[in-house]
Design a protein around this ligand. Structure first.
Ligand SMILES: Cc1cc2nc3c(=O)[nH]c(=O)nc-3n(C[C@H](O)[C@H](O)[C@H](O)COP(=O)(O)OP(=O)(O)OC[C@H]3O[C@@H](n4cnc5c(N)ncnc54)[C@H](O)[C@@H]3O)c2cc1C
Length: 868
């Protein structure tokens, strides 16, 4: 009995050291002390010490361990692990591991996490957001852009160039803005809230493409020539990688270049003969310089011994003879410039290769190294910006639109949507802040960028769907007064680009995450590939035993988390968020443990088990998204009023995470192992459920009432209350309707009638006459009514107006929101003052007519009609 007790004590001591991830030395000392005390208390005899020595000596004495254990493990490892291809290797090597590494460690350090400095704007960046960004948002006429011109106006193009919107990533020495990643993100958020054509046009030159590649790899000559021209928009770049035969599998592009001699500028030079067919290339139709990826071959050995040099990136000027560029695709009715680029046997000099001849064949590495930064910024920020604007707009609309004599936002079914919209918008903004803060700290977070791209575009899809449902017909009928329908049409674009989402979730997040973030996996792979046998064994031994200790530690951590529900773990704060930190601590250990068991059981075949990988990736992703939410809450001063958003986001992430955990265990190919893993990590079933009705009710309430929490959610978006800004108008109308509600109730009470809240202008006249309200209050009610009608009305058109015309003469429709209900709506004094400056901007912005495109209406749409 005594022996058993002491054995358990020794095991418990080992468990504690493993849980704490102490060093081997500390572990041995702790166990030895327990053994000595146990011996003194007659718990252990000589047999116990012999067993102890048999186990411990080979494990702790490196030469013995290497020869007897590690050598065999290495042989086994080499037999089961598949070879890594060069493209895979380069993708894995590119980028850095940051907070994602901690989340994979089984023991994330929350103090370190909260010490990550908060992303902030400089005065210059803030001025850019308040100045040029605000102005360009004001210049946008979405209907004109999407339905009539299929392009931004000439004036917007010029304004973007003049104000260096295409030069946010270009260094100051070349005339660029050199904005932080966080500032770029805020700019794109703001633009995306207004126009997807605008945000994608600005996003692409600032993402992966010629500008970025030149700064990192260009020759001095290339940098000096192109970067100043790109900075001021004298050059418009695009980057062409995708081919009809190679979409997601971009490494398989069939486009090629053959090294040869040829004539260039009247001289014979060494160059390449390029043959390529690219498609889906954003900005290609208007680009002046095309970044081109192709496979370079040197059959005649003009550059050296290697025949297949590999993927190479070059810059091809638009006027290159034989370049076929200019035709357009039409991506889902969101007409940003996108189209094919083709060429056959085009001869260009080798100096067109980005970085010159020395970078021939290094294109894939260049792309992988740069991809992670752009992917962290452009699409996630555009999604987050759209989400913020739509959260406010849908909240306002829900309060203004009434059915069954109450605002639709008070109906529980609509509250569910609003809860999801608000919670998602809060989370998405948090994620862009954290990720761009990482980029600004010098990270190239390849795994995090995949997480951001996938999850934020998916959450945006959810928000747009929910918003459409809440808006009903208002979202469906397109026209100058519809701020939602195009977003709904266009949302699959961001799902597809920069790594299509199914691929990103199933292959990239965990595929790269397990390799890059796991503290030992990559070390084992590299060790197994070493040429020097002694060095190989030594490195492998170190990695594999580190790995074993790591796995044991996570087993103990997982068991402890399962038994205690995480209640005894430490958390950096003692408030309502503490439970989330504790839970995430446990899930981190679960992730590491399940990864190790899966790799052990499935070996290299785990790579092909995409659905299992995707679920492990979901666990990692939700840990990242959740930590971004907790960081945002802390950075914004732990404001109690924001807690509904925090609870929604955390419960959503953690219930999703558990769903992934459960699905992973249920579908694990070896049911016995699956059962054993469940016993370790989820013995009592799931702990989290989806956010409750109460939380969603609170969020719905916040979104429908002007308040500081709501303001924080929409902060930075174009919400200025001025003519032509549909979002600003919604904000103003919400304010007026909320102010009118007590007046309306008072009037109904005095009149003794239960009236519908419509025709407020007529009612105001009546109430004024009967002395129930003052003339100021009557004016407020009239203004609210005009805004209410603007909000609920949709556009209608003559049949002819909707017919597409091939005519080159197009009338510009005057029907922006500002003209709708003009007879009834009086702008506020603020709007009046601001409209004067707008009118000035417009007088210049409407001077030039855009050249006609094929898809244009014959006549301008009419949007002045009002209904009640
Ligand atoms: C509007 C638009 C703009 C673009 N802009 C550019 C640009 O400027 N430059 C450029 O070079 N490219 C651009 N692209 C290409 C884009 O980035 C994607 O790489 C490309 O669209 C994906 O190829 P695909 O559409 O042929 O889909 P496919 O590769 O055929 O994929 C089809 C589906 O299969 C899935 N899939 C593929 N492989 C796997 C896998 N191993 N596991 C699981 N699922 C998988 C994908 O996720 C996708 O859902 C653009 C594309 C679009 C639509």
């Amino acid at each position: 009995m005594n022996e058993l007790l002491w054995l358990l004590i020794v095991l418990a001591v080992y468990g504690v050291t493993a849980y704490k991830q102490t060093s081997t030395q500390t572990t041995l000392i702790a166990i030895s002390v327990a053994m000595v005390v146990g011996t003194a208390a007659d718990g252990f005899g000589i047999i116990a010490w012999i067993i102890f020595a048999i186990i411990v000596i080979p494990l702790s004495y490196a030469p013995v361990r290497r020869d007897f254990i590690s050598k065999r493990l290495l042989a086994f490892y080499k037999s089961v692990m598949p070879e890594m291809s060069t493209t895979e290797q380069e993708a894995i090597d590119a980028g850095t591991v940051w907070w994602d590494g901690d989340l994979f460690s089984g023991k994330p350090d929350w103090q370190k996490f909260h010490a990550i400095s908060q992303a902030r704007l400089t005065a210059e960046e803030q001025a850019f957001l308040d100045g040029p960004c605000e102005v360009v948002c004001r210049m946008v006429d979405e209907w004109q852009i999407n339905h009539v011109d299929a392009d931004l106006s000439d004036e917007i193009w010029q304004y973007l160039k003049d104000n260096k919107f295409f030069a946010m990533i270009i260094k100051k020495e070349y005339g660029g803005l050199a904005f932080s990643a966080f500032a770029q993100s805020r700019v794109l958020q703001k633009l995306a809230g207004v126009s997807a054509v605008l945000s994608s046009t600005v996003g692409v030159p600032n993402s992966l493409g010629p500008g970025e590649l030149l700064q990192h790899y260009g020759t001095k000559e290339q940098q000096d020539y192109y970067l100043p021209r790109l900075a001021v928009g004298d050059e418009i770049p695009c980057f062409a990688l995708t081919s009809p035969e190679a979409g997601s599998d971009a490494g398989a592009i069939p486009d090629y270049g053959i090294v040869c001699k040829g004539q260039f500028d009247g001289k014979e030079v060494l160059g390449m003969r390029l043959t390529f067919s690219k498609r889906y290339i954003t900005l290609a139709p208007v680009a002046t310089v095309i970044g081109l990826a192709f496979k370079l071959q040197d059959p005649d050995g003009l550059l050296g011994d290697t025949e297949d040099l590999g993927i190479t990136c070059a810059l091809i000027p638009r006027d290159t003879k034989g370049l076929d560029c200019g035709r357009r695709h039409f991506p889902l009715n969101v007409p940003f410039h996108n189209g094919p680029v083709r060429g056959k046997d085009i001869f260009v000099p080798l100096s067109y290769i980005i970085g010159g001849e020395a970078m021939a064949g290094k294109g894939w590495r260049m792309l992988m190294e740069c991809l992670s930064v752009g992917r962290c910024i452009t699409l996630p920020s555009s999604a987050a910006g759209g989400a913020k604007s739509l959260a406010l707009a849908t909240g306002a609309y829900s309060r203004i639109r009434r059915q069954f004599r109450m605002p639709i936002g008070q109906m529980e079914g609509v509250e569910e949507m609003l809860g999801r919209i608000g919670g998602n918008a809060y989370l998405m903004d948090a994620v862009t802040s954290l990720s761009t803060a990482g980029v600004d700290l010098g990270q190239k977070p390849s795994v995090i960028s995949a997480i951001c791209k996938y999850h934020l575009t998916e959450r945006m899809r959810q928000i747009v769907n929910d918003s459409m449902d809440v808006h009903g017909g208002k979202g469906i009928c397109l026209g100058p007064n519809n701020y939602l329908g195009r977003a709904y049409q266009g949302v699959p674009i961001s799902i597809t680009v920069e790594g299509a989402n199914i691929l990103t979730r199933n292959m990239m997040i965990f595929g790269q995450g397990a390799m890059r973030c796991h503290p030992f996996v990559l070390k084992e792979i590299y060790a197994s590939q070493m040429k020097d046998k002694d060095e190989q064994l030594e490195s492998f031994d170190e990695a594999v035993f580190g790995h074993i200790r790591f796995a044991i530690s996570n087993t103990f951590r997982s068991i402890w988390f399962s038994l205690s529900g995480g209640r005894l773990s430490s958390a950096p704060f003692k408030d309502e968020t503490a439970k989330y930190y504790r839970s995430m601590q446990g899930y981190s250990a679960n992730l590491a443990l399940l990864t190790d068991i899966s790799m052990g059981v499935l070996g290299g075949s785990l790579k092909r088990r995409e659905r299992l990988s995707a679920r492990l990736g979901d666990i990692l992703s939700n840990l990242y998204l959740g930590s971004a939410v907790l960081k945002r809450f802390d950075e914004q001063g732990r404001n109690h009023d924001d807690l509904p958003f925090v609870h929604w986001a955390m419960q959503d992430c953690l219930s999703d995470l558990e769903e992934a955990l459960d699905d992973f265990l249920r579908n694990f190919p070896n049911p016995v192992v699956g059962f054993a893993m469940r016993a370790l990590v989820l013995p009592f079933g799931k702990r989290y459920t989806a956010p409750s009705d109460v939380i969603e009710h609170k969020i719905a309430h916040i979104l429908q009432h002007p308040n500081s929490t709501r303001d924080r959610l929409g902060y930075g978006q174009y919400l200025t209350q001025e003519e032509g800004n549909l979002m600003g108008d919604l904000e103003l109308t919400l304010l007026n309707i909320v102010k009118c509600e007590p007046l309306f109730d008072k009037i109904c009470k005095k009149l003794g009638e239960k009236l519908p809240m419509t025709n407020l202008d007529t009612l105001a006249e009546r109430a004024l006459k009967e002395g129930i309200i003052s003339s100021e209050e009557a004016d407020l009610m009239k203004e609210a009514e005009a805004g209410r009608l603007r909000t609920i009305n949709v556009d209608d058109f003559d049949n002819q107006e909707l017919l597409m015309s091939t005519s080159s003469k197009v009338k510009k429709p005057a029907a922006k929101r500002k003209t709708a209900n003009k007879a009834k709506a009086e702008p506020t004094s603020k709007a009046k003052a601001e409209s004067a400056s707008k009118a000035k901007a417009e007088s210049t912005s409407k001077t030039k007519a855009k050249p006609a495109t094929k898809a244009q209406p014959k006549a301008k749409p009419k949007a002045e009609k009002t209904e009640s």
